[in-house]
Design a protein around this ligand. Structure first.
Ligand code: ZN
Length: 133
């Protein structure tokens, strides 16, 4: 794994949170993107070299809706950039981690993504992401 690519935060109302995080960072988000397959609307902020992704559910079946129902708003996942997501998935499976989608899927921000089940990572949802070239 190369580095933390971003931290994902589940929010109830992305417009309100855009305003909140814009005042926190002193600048507005730089893009918004809807990921239909995941049922989420995302918004991205930069704080120095770091990236924050806000996620709002677009339907009640969305993983974000379920997360907020159970735990409320807050940190949802930590995403790590990887060089080769396919070999990383294979390596982590061999190490005993539960990979939620063994076939990477297209996520927000032009990335291929895969998630590790929080049960296998001390309660933290881990996202692997690889830039699509
Ligand atoms: Zn993410």
């Amino acid at each position: 794994m190369k580095k933390i690519e971003h931290i994902g935060i589940a929010v109830k109302n992305i417009e309100e949170s855009n305003t909140l995080f814009a005042s926190l960072f002193g600048k507005p988000h730089y893009k918004m993107e809807e990921v239909l397959s995941e049922g989420v609307k995302t918004s991205f902020f930069k704080a120095g070299p770091n990236k924050i992704e806000l996620l709002e559910a677009t339907n009640p079946e969305s993983p974000i809706a379920k997360f907020i129902e159970k735990k409320g708003e807050g940190v949802h996942h930590i995403a790590f950039a990887v060089k080769d997501i396919y070999s990383e998935i294979e390596r982590l499976q061999k190490e005993g981690f539960t990979v939620l989608n063994t076939t990477p899927k297209k996520g927000a921000d032009n990335k291929l993504v895969a998630f590790l089940h929080p049960k296998s990572t001390n309660g933290v949802l881990i996202e692997l992401c690889q830039e699509i070239e």
